[in-house]
Design a protein around this ligand. Structure first.
Ligand SMILES: [Zn+2]
Length: 129
């Protein structure tokens, strides 16, 4: 389940900001190119967060679409599919940009205080690098 590698980066950012406060929910914006499945992400986060202030926190994912530029008909469009076909002409010759961010957007604490974050989180964490 590759969602776990994303959870670790998000969880690090959450716990750094929470500083021991219990976390109720976290909002994460994640680019479509990462192909993260919301349910798998939520499950991975629960596992990773056990024993930290984020234990039991719900995750709210917003998937950021990729931007497509059709090389055949020059159509510009957004797509949730990271390898989209052009919706205008059906061409697969599409240049894709964006949709690659991972951002911890907000944190909601059990005390009902919410905090904006907008912190960029590394998509993959590499221990000891
Ligand atoms: Zn096209």
């Amino acid at each position: 389940m590759h969602e776990m590698s994303y959870c670790e980066g998000v969880l690090d950012a959450v716990n750094r900001r929470a500083r021991g406060r219990p976390v109720a929910r976290v909002g994460v914006r994640i680019g479509a190119v990462h192909r993260v499945v919301a349910d798998a992400f939520a499950q991975s986060f629960q596992l990773a967060a056990a024993g930290t202030p984020a234990e039991g926190a719900a995750t709210v994912l917003v998937v950021v679409p990729v931007h497509g530029h059709c090389m055949d008909c020059r159509n510009e469009f957004d797509a949730a599919d990271p390898s989209p076909a052009c919706p205008a002409c059906g061409s697969l010759d599409v240049a894709v940009s964006g949709g690659d961010e991972v951002i911890l957007e907000w944190i909601e604490y059990v005390s009902a205080n919410a905090e904006r974050s907008d912190e960029h989180v590394p998509a993959h964490t590499h221990e000891g690098v």
